[in-house]
Design a protein around this ligand. Structure first.
Ligand SMILES: *Cc1c(COP(=O)(O)O)cnc(C)c1O
Length: 485
C-alpha cells in the first residue's frame, strides 16, 4: 500500500488512489445499505472526544489506510445519523446516493463555480437548475434569478442584503423589518449581521395556529409610519421549523404591494412541498414574493450543503453584490454569461448545482413529487394514530410533514408542570436509548414532542414502534409522579 511516495507533491500512485477510493465507496455503500439497523443517536462529552482525538499536528506521514481506518472506526460513528428513518428531530437530512456521488465529482475535479470563464458549464448548470426552480415556484424565468448558497441561513442573509440595497440604498437608519415569533432564528441573525439595530426589528405575535397575526402586523406597520419610520420588508414563513405552519402568504403579499414593502418568504423548510398537491395548495401565494429561500439540503433530499435564493429580478442580485476589482477584470465577460461571484457573497464556490442536477435527472421530478407527498401523508397517518389513542394529545396537527404532540392520558388530570416533566423525560429516555432521535420543542408554553417526517424511507411501522416505546416511558413517568404524591 501507500509507502514512501507520500511526498511533497502530495501524490499517490494510480493503484493507491484506486484502492483508497474503492475502499471509501465500500464504506459509503455499506452505510446506505445498513443505516436502518444502526442507532440514529450518538452521545459523547467533550472529555470523551478529547481523549479519543487530541494529538499534536503530525509532522510525519501516517499510512493512508491507517488514517482512513481510524476515521471510519472512531470519527464517523460519533455523529447522529440524520438520514436514519427514526431520526425525527430538527430537520432530518435524508440525502441520496446520486447527490453524494455528484459531490464527490465536484470535489474530485475541484471545480471553481465562481465565474463564467473558470467553468462555463458549471455556471450554465446553475442557470439551468435555477430556471427549473424558478419555474417550480412560479417565478419569471427570464427576468428572475437566484443563487445556490451553503444553506438557508446564507440564502436569508443574501436576500435581506439585497432587499436593503434595492429598497433603502445607503441609508437604512429608519428601515423597519417585520417577522413573526415563529420565524426562523437565522433571519434575526442575518438582520443583526447586516447591522440593523434591535429597534428596527418588529417581532409580530402569531395566532393559535402559529400564523403571523395579520391585524397585529398591520397595526405595527401603521404605527411605524406615523412615527416617521420606514417599513421596508416583511419576512413570511412558508413552513415554520416548529410546526410547518405557512403564514397567510396572499394576505401578506397584498399588504406588501399596498405598502410598497419587500416580501421575503423563508421557505427553507417548507418550500419543497410545492411539488405535492397538498403542499401546493398551502403554499398558494408563494409566487408573489420578491425573494424566496428554499433549502435543497432539507426536503429536496440533497446532502449538505446546498441552500438556494430565488429573486424576481436577477439584476437585484448583481446590483447588490457586484464589485469590479482589477484582478478579476480579465474574466468579466458579457452580461448573459453570469459570474455567480457577482450574485452573492462568495467568490470561490463549490459546484453545488451538480448534485441537484444529477439527482433530478436520474430520479426524475416525479419521484421527488411522490416522496414529498408520501412524507405529508405519513404525518397525517401519524396524527390519526395519535388521535385514536387515549394516551396522546395533538398540540399542532400534521402540517407539511411536521406534527407536535404530547403524552396526556385521559382521566389522569395532570398539571401542566407534570405534563411538561413527563414529556421531557419521555424524550430524554428515548434519546438516551439511542433508538430514535425525538426531542421536544415548546409551543404555547407547553413542552411537546415534535416529529419532522421528511425522510421518504421512514415507514408507519417505524413510527408505531417509536410511539410504543414512548408510551412505555410515559407510563413509567406517570407511576413516578403518582408515587411522589
Ligand atoms: C433550516 C431553516 C433555516 C436555516 O437553514 P440552514 O440551511 O440550516 O442554514 C432557515 N429557515 C427555516 C424556516 C429553516 O427551517
Amino acid at each position: 500500500m501507500i509507502k514512501d511516495n507520500l511526498n511533497s507533491t502530495l501524490k499517490l500512485s494510480k493503484e493507491e488512489m484506486q484502492q483508497y477510493g474503492y475502499k471509501i465507496i465500500d464504506h459509503i455503500v455499506e452505510h446506505f445499505e445498513n443505516q436502518n439497523s444502526k442507532k440514529p443517536v450518538t452521545m459523547a462529552s467533550r472529555e470523551e472526544m478529547d481523549a479519543l482525538l487530541t494529538e499534536q499536528i503530525p509532522d510525519q506521514p501516517t499510512p493512508a489506510n491507517e488514517v482512513l481506518d481510524f476515521v471510519m472506526d472512531q470519527i464517523i460513528p460519533h455523529s447522529n445519523i440524520v438520514s436514519h428513518p427514526k431520526s425525527y428531530s430538527f430537520v432530518p437530512g435524508p440525502s441520496n446516493y446520486i447527490s453524494a456521488m455528484a459531490d464527490t465529482i465536484a470535489t474530485g475535479f475541484n471545480i471553481f463555480s465562481g465565474g463564467w470563464a473558470a467553468s462555463p458549464a458549471a455556471a450554465e448548470l446553475e442557470i439551468i437548475t435555477m430556471n427549473w426552480l424558478l419555474d417550480v415556484f412560479g417565478f419569471p424565468t427570464k427576468k428572475g434569478g437566484g443563487i445556490f448558497t451553503s444553506g438557508g441561513s446564507m440564502a436569508n442573509l443574501t436576500a435581506l442584503a439585497t432587499a436593503r440595497r434595492i429598497r433603502c440604498g445607503d441609508d437604512f437608519s429608519k428601515a423597519i423589518i417585520y417577522l413573526s415569533d415563529q420565524a426562523h432564528s437565522s433571519n434575526i441573525k442575518a438582520i443583526k449581521v447586516l447591522g440593523f439595530k434591535k429597534e428596527q426589528i418588529r417581532i409580530i405575535p402569531t395566532d393559535m395556529e402559529f400564523k403571523i397575526s395579520i391585524n397585529k402586523l398591520k397595526n405595527a406597520i401603521a404605527r411605524d409610519r406615523l412615527e416617521g419610520l420606514q417599513p421596508f420588508c416583511i419576512i413570511a414563513s412558508a413552513g415554520t421549523t416548529n410546526t410547518g405552519t405557512v403564514d397567510p402568504l396572499n394576505d401578506i403579499a397584498t399588504i406588501c404591494e399596498r405598502e410598497h414593502l419587500w416580501l421575503h418568504i423563508d421557505g427553507a423548510y417548507g418550500g419543497a412541498a410545492i411539488l405535492a398537491n397538498t403542499g401546493k395548495t398551502l403554499l398558494n401565494g408563494i409566487e408573489r414574493a420578491d425573494s424566496l429561500t428554499v433549502d435543497p439540503h432539507k426536503w429536496f433530499y440533497q446532502p449538505y450543503e446546498i441552500g438556494c435564493l430565488l429573486v424576481k429580478d436577477h439584476n437585484w442580485l448583481s446590483s447588490t453584490f457586484s464589485e469590479k476589482p482589477e484582478y478579476l477584470r480579465d474574466i468579466e465577460g458579457n452580461e448573459s454569461e453570469i459570474n455567480f461571484y457577482d450574485h452573492g457573497i462568495q467568490l470561490t464556490r463549490r459546484f453545488r448545482a451538480l448534485k441537484f442536477y444529477m439527482s433530478l435527472k436520474t430520479f426524475g421530478l416525479n419521484s421527488f413529487r411522490k416522496a414529498i407527498q408520501y412524507n405529508i401523508d405519513l404525518a397525517e397517518q401519524t396524527e390519526d394514530i395519535l388521535r385514536r389513542s387515549s394516551h396522546w394529545e395533538i398540540t399542532s396537527p400534521a402540517t407539511l410533514a411536521i406534527i407536535n404532540f404530547r403524552y396526556n392520558p385521559i382521566g389522569q388530570h395532570l398539571s401542566e408542570k407534570e405534563l411538561d416533566q413527563i414529556n421531557q423525560n419521555i424524550s430524554n429516555k428515548i434519546v438516551t436509548s439511542r433508538e430514535a432521535l425525538l426531542v421536544t420543542t415548546i409551543l404555547q408554553g407547553q413542552i411537546v414532542l415534535r416529529m419532522c417526517l421528511i425522510n421518504p424511507r421512514t415507514t408507519i411501522e417505524d413510527i408505531k414502534d417509536t410511539l410504543e416505546k414512548c408510551e412505555i416511558h410515559g407510563k413509567e413517568e406517570l407511576v413516578i409522579i403518582q408515587q411522589s404524591c
